[in-house]
Ligand binder design. Sequence first.
Ligand code: AMP
Length: 424
Amino acid sequence: MANLKGVRGAPDILPRDSSGWQRLEDVARAILRRYGYVEIRTPIFERTELFVRGIGEGTDIVEKEMYTFTDQGQESLTLRPEGTAPVVRAYLEHQMAAQSPLVKVYYLGPMFRRERPQSGRYRQFHQIGVEAIGSDRPSVDAEVIALLIDLLVEEYRIPDLQLRLNSIGDPACRPKILDRLLRYMRERASQLCPECQKRLERNPLRILDCKQEGCQRLVAQAPKPLESLCGACADHFAQVRSLLDLLKIAYTIDDRLVRGLEYYTRTTFEVINPHLGAQNALAGGGRYDGLIEMMGGPSTPGIGFAVGLERVMASIPGDAEEQTALQGVYIATMGQDAHKSGMLLLQELRRRGVRGLIDHEARSLKGQMRQANKDRVRYCLILGEEELTQGRVTLRDMAKAEQQSLALEGVIEHLLELERAGTR
Ligand code: AMP
């Protein structure tokens, strides 16, 4: 058989990296709890139709990037490319609106998109996302953005981030926004890239965030949604801005920032790390006051964001990945009887909450000490045949490089006391 390799763009997270990932996740869970969000876990796959309707037919994701397959029951299923549509489905299916006027949930896990893999862009990647469903108040927008900034800046300590903010209006002002944009773009259609020529008919707002140089030149002079907001949307945006000012959250207005779909409304935002190169968006989000109705529910406003964890990982300064602290006990043994006593001691230590390790390969004492170092334990308990017959053991403090001989009896209590002192 040929060498079996993983799928391109779907990287493994190896043991040497997984503790870093766990730290990211733990920190996120703690701050999400402080903001009043609870976790929701939806399946990794859904009916294909959910994403076609929930993300929209004209989008890159639906047109080109979904991992879709037909199962044995002839049902078309898709690996989730994003989290909002599944959350909205669950919200409606389980009548979550009945539990609270404002439902605040978060999710954390892998997403799947068949993109061209490159640095910062994968086919399986991980997102932490939140959805706040049930309120259109500007203070919800401000709270969601404050949470995102707290997570990235205060908790993950990523420097130099830029928050970009925009408003793209609602069904009241959208016709005017589109009309002005289309009139401008149709006159210049021949200068648009082939992709944007298609967008012109299907999804014209998306032209505003096209990365092609020619399109960007046109977009610079094009009429933007922000200029044509109706009174209610302009007022909503002004309130979001003033609340962000109150909370001292810095942002720049980016009038090209769109989510690009009909049912996305009002506030849109993105967080950029300017040091990351081409794939520099760490997180994106916005309001979707039309989505829930479009998915068959009652008209219900909502807002959310998703953070890409691979890009967060790439943004965290090196010293944040410092070595983990020395922790627990390694029991080094010489001879079979000592090994048995070691197993017994370990069982007791582990049951009482201590991290404990032992050699299973009958290695030399030197080899075991080397392993203990690698495993970054704080203490080494050395059990030799001769010592044991005298009822004694050697305890080595790996941090201080000191050792002492102790009575075997009571050694567990002694270690537990040291552990407690160490964590104080
Ligand atoms: P989106 O769901 O497209 O708004 O993306 C939200 C965030 O997820 C982005 O800002 C990225 O940080 C991350 N993200 C999206 N697509 C990918 C991908 N293919 N690979 C890695 N991260 C991604």
